[in-house]
Design a binder for this molecule. Structure first.
Ligand SMILES: NC(=O)c1ccc[n+]([C@@H]2O[C@H](COP(=O)([O-])OP(=O)(O)OC[C@H]3O[C@@H](n4cnc5c(N)ncnc54)[C@H](OP(=O)(O)O)[C@@H]3O)[C@@H](O)[C@H]2O)c1
Length: 268
C-alpha cells in the first residue's frame, strides 16, 4: 500500500452517477472499492479505471437488497480502517402510479434507497469518528422536496435520505466527519429505464450529464457544503425554504394543546 493511499467505497458504481464518482475520485488519487450487482460490468469498469489512473480498484459484487450481501458490505466498511469516503449512491425509482407498482417493487425500493444507505452509513461511521476524518455522501434527489404523483415511494425514500443526512450533520457538527446530501435533478443515466419507464417525464433541457453532476458535487464537497443542489442557480430559494422550515419548527414548539380550530367535539 503506497503512502498516499486513500480509499473510497462507491455503491451503484456499475453505471451512471456512481460510475462518474468512481472515475472522478480515481483521477483525484483515491483507491476504490466499487459495489453493484452486475459482475461483468463492474469488473470491466474496475479494470479500465485502474489502467487509466494506476489506482487500485476492486469490484465488490453485492446485491444491496439481499441481507447477506448487505452484511458483507457492512463488514467491509466496519473493518477497513482506511475508508475515507463512502458514496451511498445505489438507488432506483420504482416509478408509476402507486396502485400500478407492485408491493414487492416498493419493498425493494425501500431496501436499497433507505435500508442499505442507513446500514452502510451506520457501519462506516464509528471508524470515521475514531479517526475524526472522512466523508459520507448520500445521493438523494431534488424530488426529496417535491412530493410527486407517480413517484410516491421514490420521493419518500429521498426525503428520508435528506432528513437522515441532516440529522446526522447536526450530530456530527463538532467533528471533522462530513455527511453531505446531494440532490440532483434529472441526470442522463439508466435510472428511468431501470425504474420501469420507457421515457423520462422531464424535458431534455432539464437533464445534466453524470459527469457534470459529479464534477459539481465534488466541488461542493471540497467546499465542505452540507447540501448540494447541483442545478440550483439561486441559493436564496434553499435559504427561503430553510427559513420557512425553521419558522414552522418554532411555531410547532409553542404548545402541546390542540389548536383552537380543533376545539370542541366533531359531529359523528
Ligand atoms: N438519474 C437521475 O435522474 C437521478 C436524479 C436524482 C437522483 N438520482 C439518484 O442517483 C443514484 C444513482 O442513479 P443513476 O441515475 O446513476 O442510475 P443508474 O444508472 O440506474 O445506476 C444505479 C446504480 O445502482 C445500482 N443498484 C441498483 N440496485 C442495486 C442493488 N440491489 N444492489 C446493488 N446495487 C444496485 C446499479 O448497479 P447494478 O444494476 O449493477 O446492481 C447501478 O450501478 C440513485 O440513488 C438515484 O436515485 C438519479
Amino acid at each position: 500500500m503506497s503512502n498516499d493511499h486513500r480509499l473510497a467505497v462507491i455503491t451503484g458504481a456499475s453505471s451512471g452517477i456512481g460510475l462518474a464518482y468512481a472515475e472522478n475520485l480515481a483521477e483525484r488519487g483515491y483507491d476504490l472499492i466499487l459495489v453493484a450487482r452486475r459482475r461483468n460490468r463492474l469488473e470491466e469498469i474496475a479494470r479500465q479505471i485502474q489502467t487509466k489512473t494506476a489506482r487500485s480498484v476492486e469490484a465488490f459484487v453485492a446485491d444491496l437488497a439481499d441481507a447477506k450481501d448487505l452484511s458483507r458490505v457492512e463488514t467491509l466498511l466496519a473493518e477497513r480502517a482506511d475508508v475515507e469516503v463512502l458514496i451511498n449512491n445505489a438507488g432506483l425509482g420504482a416509478l408509476g402510479p402507486t396502485s400500478h407498482v407492485t408491493a414487492d417493487a416498493l419493498e425493494n425500493l425501500i431496501k436499497i434507497n433507505v435500508l442499505a444507505l442507513t446500514r452502510l452509513t451506520h457501519a462506516v461511521l464509528p471508524g470515521l469518528l475514531k479517526r475524526n476524518s472522512g466523508s459520507i455522501v448520500n445521493i438523494a434527489s431534488m424530488i426529496a422536496v417535491m412530493p410527486t404523483p407517480s413517484g410516491a415511494g421514490y420521493s419518500a425514500t429521498k426525503a428520508y435520505v435528506l432528513n437522515f443526512t441532516r440529522s446526522l450533520q447536526m450530530e456530527l457538527s463538532k467533528t471533522n466527519v462530513l455527511v453531505q446530501a446531494v440532490l440532483p435533478g434529472p441526470v442522463r443515466t439508466e435510472f428511468f429505464e431501470a425504474s420501469g419507464l420507457t421515457k423520462a417525464p422531464f424535458p431534455d433541457e432539464l437533464f445534466m450529464s453524470p459527469e457534470e453532476l459529479v464534477r459539481s458535487a465534488l466541488l461542493s464537497l471540497d467546499r465542505r457544503e452540507l447540501i448540494c443542489f447541483p442545478s440550483l442557480e439561486d441559493e436564496a430559494h434553499w435559504s427561503a425554504f430553510e427559513d420557512a422550515r425553521v419558522a414552522l419548527s418554532r411555531a410547532l414548539m409553542k404548545s402541546g394543546r390542540p389548536a383552537t380550530r380543533y376545539a370542541g367535539s366533531s359531529p359523528m
